[in-house]
Design a protein around this ligand. Structure first.
Ligand code: NAD
Length: 274
């Protein structure tokens, strides 16, 4: 299993299992761990942390072998609310620490635009040892720069929207400059890019599925991926990414699919209010 080092001194498995909108989270998580996944992505917002914890216990895999990420919800950025919500997350997950805790959205138009104070609360949680690493999600370069400038502490991770139609390279290069690991959310573009002729052509050349081509493209760009599937066969497929690789030419052809701002599927972090 390939892992990437984090600035916290810990490391993160490059392939994770995304749990957003999973119907029976505990069953799917146990299944994912049975297939070899060792990284689970959840969030307070998903309302499924208890299912994630239950899935880990059911799987029989030791907690210490699983990398668990959760995220701070949008309504609890204020100091005491954030600390209480983090306690609730640990209780729901049935664990006394998470491997990574992220600010889910920067919300520059809420809380007086003061996401730096939210970051200070995250640092307090990291200091307590109950989050092995802390980071952010959906932070644009100016948000990242503000954290670094105001606190001198660089997030371990920035989890952002990335898929072939939305390469999000401006945010990725800012992260690279600061040694922040990029995690791609909706790495498969929620399935909408499988019929792209270029993706299909590369898939045929490699005798791989379109999903595998896209996920392998992310891995070769050095990002972490957290694809979501509720089908055992697809979960297996999304984890089986080391028996083939894209040539430089194939990488370039997928990278050329970027549609810039038009490729974005989710909300824009500058305007999203939660
Ligand atoms: P995704 O790109 O992982 O696509 C998921 C969909 O693709 C599935 O519902 C399924 O229909 C299809 N799919 C998956 N594997 C397939 C395969 N092998 N063959 C055919 N179809 C397949 O989209 P996502 O769920 O939006 O993102 C993944 C994870 O990212 C989420 O579960 C969540 O953990 C995280 N996420 C984070 C944020 C954030 O703001 N931080 C936002 C969205 C998602």
């Amino acid at each position: 299993m390939s892992t990437l080092p984090l600035n916290s001194g810990t490391s993160i498995p490059q392939i994770g299992y995304g749990t957003y909108a999973t119907e029976d989270t505990a069953t799917m998580v146990a299944e994912a761990l049975g297939l070899g996944y060792r990284h689970l992505d959840t969030a307070q917002m998903y309302g499924n942390e208890a299912g994630v914890g239950e899935g880990v216990r059911r799987s029989g895999v030791d907690r210490s072998e699983v990398f668990i990420t959760t995220k701070l919800d949008n309504d609890v950025h204020r100091h005491d609310d954030a600390l209480e919500s983090f306690d609730r997350s640990l209780r729901a997950l049935g664990t006394d620490y998470v491997d990574l805790f992220l600010i889910h959205w920067p919300l520059p138009t809420r809380y007086g635009g003061d996401f730096v104070s939210t970051w200070r609360t995250m640092l307090e949680i990291a200091e307590s040892g109950r989050a092995k690493a802390v980071g952010v999600s959906n932070f644009e370069p100016e948000h990242v720069e503000a954290l670094v400038r105001e606190t001198g502490v660089v997030p371990a991770v920035n989890q952002i929207e990335v898929h072939p139609y939305f390469a999000n390279d401006a945010v990725r290069s800012c992260c690279r400059e600061h040694g922040i690991v990029v995690e791609a959310w909706s790495p498969l573009g929620r399935g909408d890019e499988f019929d792209d002729p270029t993706v299909r052509e590369v898939a045929d050349q490699l005798d791989a599925s379109p999903a595998q081509v896209i996920l392998r493209w992310h891995l070769q760009r050095g990002d972490v991926i957290i694809p979501k599937s509720s089908t055992r066969e697809r979960m297996r497929e999304n984890f089986d990414l080391h028996s083939f690789q894209l040539s430089d030419e194939q990488m370039s052809s997928i990278t050329a699919l970027d549609r810039g701002a038009d490729g974005r599927r989710g909300a824009h972090p500058d305007t999203f209010t939660g």
